[in-house]
Design a protein around this ligand. Sequence first.
Ligand code: 022
Ligand code: ZN
Length: 329
Amino acid sequence: MDVRAAVAVQAGNPLEIMTVQLDGPREGEVLVEIKATGICHTDEFTLSGADPEGLFPAILGHEGAGVVVDVGKGVTSVKKGDHVIPLYTPECRQCPSCLSRKTNLCTAIRATQGQGLMPDGTSRFSIGKDKIFHFIGCSTFSNFTVLSEIAVAKVNPDAPFDKICYIGCGVTTGIGAVINTAKVEQGATAVVFGLGGIGLNVIQGLKLAGADQIGGADYTFDCTGNTKVMRQALEASHRGWGKSVAIGVAGAGQEISTRPFQLVTGRSWMGTAFGGARGRTDVPKIVDWYMDGKIQIDPMITHTLKLEDINNGFDLMHEGKSIRSVVVY
Ligand code: 022
Ligand code: ZN
């Protein structure tokens, strides 16, 4: 079928809005009509060419929400009409990582996902004879995309797509880092470095966790991806028990450092991907928290754009003028 997509043709160039071909879902896959997608710094990082694993041409985007319109053979967990959020961290519930209960980093389709391909080693997107790569198993900068069944979370159908798409990355990453990774307790104090689309969600996670004061330092969170800030965050955490969580994605080949003294005096340095959230289990709960008014999303969505204007969303991010831009199809 023909679909409309913003294609990352070449590193460093703006996205090109075009019609591309999408094959239907194969075994274990679902076809999803994407209704809205956020624009995240990780899309920008890949588009810029700074990510050595970035593949081109590709359809970027990983913060989406939409409706299942077709399912491949053997798909049982979702059906046509279900509302879903794509997951760049899937949850198969069968691999050693999922069974360990100690990590959210499912390995079931990790290898092909990193190669921009579906689990059978092929791409569903093409222009004529040329294949276009998928991006971290999502490719939400297209009005339709094919996803692995284990990489979709079925969510409350009453929830608005243009808000809950943000739960596909920033909201879950920020709140999850507090609840799942740091395990912040009532009355704790915390410092958050970097108050963008993720840092603000760390703050609302801290509120949920009952943190006493966002300004002390039992827990610190880096939401910048800057390795100097990561060091400051560790060293700003409390002697004896401080925990510092790296959330920001640093450039390829960068290293972090501190004096071992900082660690032997009881500080812990940790990191998190997708807030330690188990996608199919935790994402629907976060959507319900939003619908129940337990968390906020609307005030952080500063701009809403059409697909044709997606490059303006990247400009707003560069200029520091947006927290989140959302493309509505
Ligand atoms: C997305 N991220 C941050 C903001 N938007 C983000 C954060 C962390 C990762 C990916 C994206 C991440 C951390 C650790 C890993 N990834 C490796 C996980 C693993 O090896 O199992 C990561 C993920 C997916 C991909 C690459 C790196 C990919 O599909 N290419 C989760
Ligand atoms: Zn993201």
